[in-house]
Design a protein around this ligand. Structure first.
Ligand code: SF4
Ligand code: SF4
Length: 565
């Protein structure tokens, strides 16, 4: 049922029962919020969205007040603006004044609110009670000094990620966001997905930076710094660097990274192809339902919460770790370089990849396959710091031998993309031919939970593709209980896949942005000359060598060593 309400002297129509905030947003009237998140229940805790309602004494929080009768609302009356200003001034009263050094500078909702409400001086001063910096995680830093206790991170971790790694602890002035027994994120159930970073409005949660070790390696004359670029990166950095949003600027990036001192620049989609080749083989040999993922947060989630599903999980390492292993244990020897002089940097959209690079089972004789992982955000900072202007640079190609990839090797960033790549290579393995039809239309929807059926040769495959940890739990349980009615379970932790990874450029529209970037990757796939791993002779050739006795002796396995259950 519709109700007419008057907002700022203008009539608008609202649905009975919807919140004031919802009705205003739908009608293009923006009011500030801090604790509110779309798709989550309202808590009304920050009170920033208060509005004045005629004949009500108190200001009303718009996010939690349903519209049940005609009402007259003022969203920006002097009383409302004063209340909002006071709320933000109180939040700032104990906030550190270190915006210049904060990674969230210029992308901070709190900073933007101070500007919007014309707060130009500090009226209130108070000391923050507890100011602990949690640096225990290899991926995430939590700084209590910047926390405004909005609770967004807790709700995302609990309701969407379902890791429940953080919660409020203490009371009154001692309230803080904490882990169990205050042991720190690395000793909690955190899977390093970084989704809490994306929703934190104030920079209290941030990515642990790896810029310093990368800069140190570049400054060390005896080091050779080799960098591998994930396929999503070339699209994700464009807008932030002043190019058309979603444009693929990978070849300019290659040139820029060389100009910044990188010795070699590799295309991680090469390892994306190898992942598909190895995983397709495993699926054919396994003959049982298989969990497939390139996502290190999913792997950690299964290890932590569903260890009984590990025997059903494809153990092939992620493309990042595959390329690191091959560089450190094969390529370096072939070049006659000293492994101790090699520094491998990986760049991608994912914070969990930072944690993945520190896993013991991805090290050989204590030497990590990947020495530093930069997120897309950190890469942008690195380019700016190095004075590289990608607008004024000629395009260059990736370095051989990890330069050529099929477009399937890039699709693992998209939910359903991994399935599409597997379909192409399973078809090749089952028929010895490249499939005539490359796309799987059911894989290309933005639904988080998809059913994809395909035939590869004479064999039919039923696939369940799921993105967002909160959606995947029931299917993992079905696999454990032998009740899973599919052949493949394809999983990514972040809703809409890696394009909404915790290390992606900060934008308040990150979900929309992720969808937009997915379209760019599909466009690239549609236009690519080589769409299937078997059309990439370099990776196919390496895959053959990989199973030779000589290479088996030389190289550590490309598989994780999951604990035996
Ligand atoms: S990184 Fe993910 S799992 Fe860890 S605290 Fe943040 S939301 Fe929770
Ligand atoms: S860490 Fe960030 S998201 Fe979490 S409560 Fe504090 S300010 Fe809010």
């Amino acid at each position: 049922m519709s109700i007419e309400i008057i907002v700022n002297n203008k009539a608008i129509t609202a649905k009975k029962g919807e919140t004031i905030l919802n009705a205003l947003t739908k009608n293009g009237i923006r009011i500030p919020t801090l604790c509110h998140m779309n798709e989550f229940s309202a808590t009304g805790s920050c009170r920033l969205c208060v509005v004045e309602v005629k004949n009500k004494n108190k200001l009303i929080p718009a996010c939690s007040q349903p519209i049940t009768e005609p009402m007259t609302i003022f969203t920006h009356s002097p009383r409302v603006i004063n209340a909002r200003r006071t709320i933000v001034e109180l939040l700032l009263s104990n906030h550190p004044d270190d915006c210049l050094y904060c990674g969230r500078n210029q992308h901070c909702e709190l900073q933007n609110l101070a500007v919007e409400l014309n707060i130009r001086e500090r009226r209130f001063f108070s000391n923050k009670k507890v100011q602990i910096m949690d640096t225990s995680s290899p991926a995430i830093v939590k700084d209590d000094a910047k926390c405004i206790l909005c609770g967004r991170c807790i709700r995302v971790c609990d309701e969407r990620v379902q890791a429940s790694a953080i919660d409020f602890s203490g009371r009154g002035k001692k309230t803080r966001v904490d882990t169990v027994m205050s042991k720190g994120l690395n000793y909690s159930s955190c899977i390093a997905c970084g989704q809490c970073i994306l929703v934190c409005p104030s920079g209290a949660l941030s990515t642990k930076s790896s810029l310093t070790p990368v800069l140190d390696a570049l400054n060390n004359k005896s080091s050779k710094v080799l960098i591998q670029i994930a396929p999503a990166v070339g699209y994700s950095i464009a807008e932030e660097l002043g190019f058309k949003a979603g444009k693929d600027i990978s070849n300019r990036l290659v040139a820029g990274l060389r100009a910044a001192g990188m010795d070699m620049v590799f295309n991680l989609a090469w390892a994306g192809d190898l992942f598909l080749i190895e995983t397709a083989k495993h699926i054919i040999e396994n003959k049982k339902p298989t969990i497939v993922t390139t996502c290190p947060a999913v792997t950690k989630y299964i290890e932590q919460f569903f260890p009984k599903a590990l025997p059903m999980t494809n153990s092939v390492k992620s493309p990042q770790q595959i390329m690191g292993t091959i560089i450190k244990n094969h390529f370096v020897q072939a070049q006659d370089w000293d492994i101790n002089d090699i520094f491998v940097v990986s760049v991608g959209p994912c914070t969990a990849a930072k944690a993945e690079a520190t896993r013991i089972d991805t090290m050989s004789n204590g030497i990590p396959d990947v020495d530093a992982v930069l997120t897309t955000n950190e890469l942008i900072r690195f380019l700016k710091l190095s004075g590289i202007d990608l607008h004024n640079i000629d395009e260059e190609r990736y370095d051989a031998p990890f330069h050529v990839a099929s477009s399937a090797g890039s699709l693992y960033h998209i939910p359903g993309g991994l399935t599409e790549g597997l379909y192409r290579h399973l078809s090749f393995l089952n028929t010895n031919k490249t499939p005539a039809k490359m796309n799987l239309e059911d894989a290309r929807t933005t639904k988080p939970d998809k059913d994809i059926n395909f035939k590869a040769g004479k064999t039919s495959y039923k696939v369940k593709t799921v993105s967002g940890i909160h959606h995947i739990k029931k299917y993992i349980q079905q696999i454990i209980d032998n009740e899973f009615d599919y052949d493949i379970l394809d999983l990514t932790a972040c809703l809409m896949g890696c394009m909404s990874g915790g290390g992606q450029p900060m934008t308040s529209q990150y979900a929309e942005n992720a969808k937009f970037l997915m379209k760019s990757l599909y466009k690239n796939d549609n236009q690519a000359a080589s769409k299937a791993p078997n059309q990439n002779p370099f990776t196919m050739d390496f895959s053959k060598q990989l199973h030779s006795e000589a290479l088996k002796k030389l190289m550590p396995s490309l598989h994780h060593k999951f604990p035996q259950i």
